[in-house]
Design a protein around this ligand. Structure first.
Ligand code: HEM
Length: 195
């Protein structure tokens, strides 16, 4: 297998590790556990991994420019799709395990809890990006593909904002994510101005 193939397999496996660990913890296997509030812990961990992978996806362009390693771009789609995978599981854990698929209660949450409104908006925006991430859609949409995929910046802002709004007291952790996002978006603005 070529070097890029090996890197892709390694990144794919690494992206699956949090899922595997949560699966073991959910079933209390291999000494793993979700603690006293398993549903809450599951929702939190899936949300965190969704956000981490989203920021990692956004880090690819700056990393490529700084290191000059063009092959990094080949990992971007996989990281983005894994982010979608974790966010979707995050939403499904909330809807099924926490809300028992009570659509009226979910609808009420979406309308009345601002952080849920932000979360669902971000998820709805992620869906078209995941669907059009294939080479076929890239070709079909042409220049519009790039425009559409710029939605990822809005999604990341909504994701961090959603995180910030759902914490009760200690805002340090969401602020760290906000700081990383500011650097990633700031780099793009700086690059555009330089050009
Ligand atoms: C791009 C989309 C989303 C991202 C990146 C995201 C990310 C996160 C993060 C990082 C947390 C905090 C985890 C922690 O405190 O350790 C969180 C919490 C949460 N999210 Fe999301 N989320 C998204 C979409 C959604 C959606 C669509 C829903 C449901 C409609 C949702 C429901 C929740 C709930 C219920 C919590 C826990 C709140 C609590 O414990 O009080 N999220 N999310």
């Amino acid at each position: 297998m070529k070097k890029l193939g090996l890197i892709k397999v390694a990144v794919f496996t690494a992206c699956l590790l949090p899922f595997a660990q949560l699966l073991l913890a959910a079933f209390g296997l291999a000494g793993q556990s979700l603690g006293a509030n398993p549903i809450e812990e599951l929702i939190h961990q899936l949300g965190l991994w969704g956000l981490r992978l989203l920021l990692l996806t956004l880090a690819i362009t700056p990393l490529r420019r700084i290191t000059g390693k063009v092959w990094l771009l080949k990992l971007r789609r996989m990281l983005g799709l894994f982010s979608f995978f974790y966010v979707l599981l995050h939403f499904l854990s909330y809807a099924i395990l926490d809300q028992g698929l009570n659509f009226a209660a979910i609808g009420e949450d979406i309308l009345e809890r601002p952080y849920i409104t932000l979360g669902i908006t971000a998820l709805m925006m992620l869906i078209p990006l995941a669907v059009t991430s294939t080479n076929g859609w890239m070709r079909r949409l042409g220049r519009r593909w790039k425009k559409l995929h710029q939605l990822v910046y809005v999604i990341a802002i909504l994701g961090v904002w959603h995180f910030f709004w759902q914490v009760k007291l200690d805002t340090r952790e969401p602020l760290v994510y906000a700081g990383i996002l500011i650097v990633l978006l700031g780099y793009r603005i700086w690059l555009k101005r330089k050009r």
